[in-house]
Design a protein around this ligand. Structure first.
Ligand code: GLY
Ligand code: MN
Ligand code: MN
Length: 440
């Protein structure tokens, strides 16, 4: 199994601490358990920042980083071992496990945090945290600070500055290391197999969730614990709903089905979309739209390389899609004018991609100093143009309505250009039709 090695978490903590101001402290909470209904919890997924710095998979934990601290720079607050609770809910690392297995220099029970953390903060000038993203945790931070303030008359020194941790941490997360790329390649490989399996299983009369079952099977069988986001399995007119989630409609003969799904490994996402005909054969209209989207994606790949800016790939897709829609008569007018007036947005209303990593829509700035960010080696992104012709669009002939096509792949910027991680699932009309014909 391919995973992020322990040494990588250590390296990340050190790299973050090296960028923090002298005499500062960083505090990060684990994700809370989310209740699904009454006594049922959602599957636990660690917070991405927390995971990035610790690899620690449990809730009710807090990372504290104190660069330069003699008695250890990395302190982890976590749940204590508890035979009764572990019998019901599963094993816990406990404070010993936090040190032994997760590299903490020191570990304390989470129940003692209010007593211990003010003492760790005291005397530090700056506190780094993800301010504003977790109101309850922000309140705790202020309570800990106020404990110190209340002792000012005894000489206690509260910190004077609060700094958003995101700026440092999210910039680190934007550049993928060799180990991260390896994990993302593996997640992509499994997701490719899942899309192939869903293509092979596609039949009129099935429900959308039947194809979702094929995806889930291949994710888990392939070595991924869970999907990176709610799988979108959208047949017929549902393909025009960008983040469709219901997945309970029937697959009909003559319709397309659009699947946007990917698994995650060690909290690293893959994110693939393929669109294919339920019955294995594209109609002329479906094919015409599909070929434009595919050509636009190919044009976008050419714009992904070091020193090209973030928006160039998007601009390439807009150019090809607008010209293609004019050629088919779905838009009328001059291509440049239609681009300037954003007329294409009636059919292509999202951007060509996003950063990809531990979050499927990953962290990292898209603009720096008001300018589009320049691509650099190690950045990971998706390339996902689409055309969606609303079933209610009265401006186009009926035969076009309800066709939605998106094609999405994951890439890493390399010295030469980009590496496509998700090339293992067919994409051309001929390839898709051949794969589906062989499975009939
Ligand atoms: N799966 C969501 C997206 O492609 O952005
Ligand atoms: Mn995406
Ligand atoms: Mn997607």
């Amino acid at each position: 199994m391919i995973h992020i090695p322990k040494a990588e978490y250590t390296r990340r903590r050190k790299a973050l601490m090296a960028q923090m101001e002298p005499n500062s402290i960083a505090i990060l909470p684990a994700a809370a358990v989310a209740i699904r209904n009454r006594d049922v919890e959602h599957v636990y997924r660690q917070d991405s920042d927390f995971q990035y710095l610790s690899g620690f998979p449990e809730p009710e934990a807090v990372i504290v980083l104190m660069p330069g601290r003699q008695h250890g720079e990395y302190v982890l607050f976590c749940r204590e071992r508890n035979a009764e609770r572990e019998l019901w809910d599963g094993l816990r690392a406990g404070t010993e496990g936090a040190i032994r297995d997760f590299g903490a220099d020191d570990a304390f029970p989470i129940t003692d945090i209010d007593d211990i953390l003010p003492g760790l903060i005291e005397g530090r000038d700056r506190v780094y945290s993800a301010m504003g993203s977790n109101a309850e945790f922000d309140r705790h931070v202020m309570e800990w600070i106020n404990v110190i303030r209340s002792k000012a008359h005894l000489g206690a020194q509260p910190p004077n500055e609060f700094v958003a941790l995101d700026h440092l941490l999210h910039d680190m997360r934007l550049y993928k290391s060799a180990a991260e790329v390896k994990v993302m390649r593996e997640a992509a490989r499994i997701s490719c197999a899942a899309h192939v399996r869903a293509m092979q299983a596609s039949r009129a009369g099935l429900h959308e969730f039947s194809l979702e079952a094929e995806l889930d099977y291949e994710f888990r069988k392939g070595g991924a614990k869970m999907p990176a986001y709610g799988s979108i399995v959208a047949a017929g007119r549902n393909s025009c709903i960008l983040h469709y989630q219901q997945n309970d409609a029937l697959l009909k003969d003559g319709d397309l089905v659009l699947i946007d799904a990917g698994c995650e490994i060690d909290c690293y996402a893959s994110d693939i979309t393929r669109t294919w005909p339920v019955n294995g054969k594209f109609s002329p209209e479906q094919k015409a739209i599909y070929e434009i989207v595919l050509a636009s994606q190919e044009a976008a790949f050419k714009q992904i390389a070091p020193n090209k800016h973030w928006n160039q790939a998007h601009e390439a897709t807009v150019q090809v899609i607008t010209a293609g829609l004019v050629k088919l008569g779905l838009l009328q007018g001059d291509v440049d004018e239609l681009i300037a007036s954003e007329a294409y947005r009636a059919f292509y209303m999202h951007r060509a991609g996003h950063w990809l990593g531990m979050d499927v829509h990953d962290v990292g700035e898209y603009k720096v100093g008001g300018e589009w960010r320049v691509l650099e080696v190690g950045m990971a992104l998706t390339v996902e143009p689409g055309i969606y012709i609303s079933p209610d669009n009265q401006t186009v002939a009926k035969k076009w309505r309800g066709i939605g096509v998106r094609i999405e792949d994951d890439v890493i910027v390399t010295k030469q250009g980009c590496e496509i991680l998700t090339g293992g699932v067919p994409k051309t009309v001929a390839e898709i039709e051949a794969l589906m014909a062989a499975a009939r």
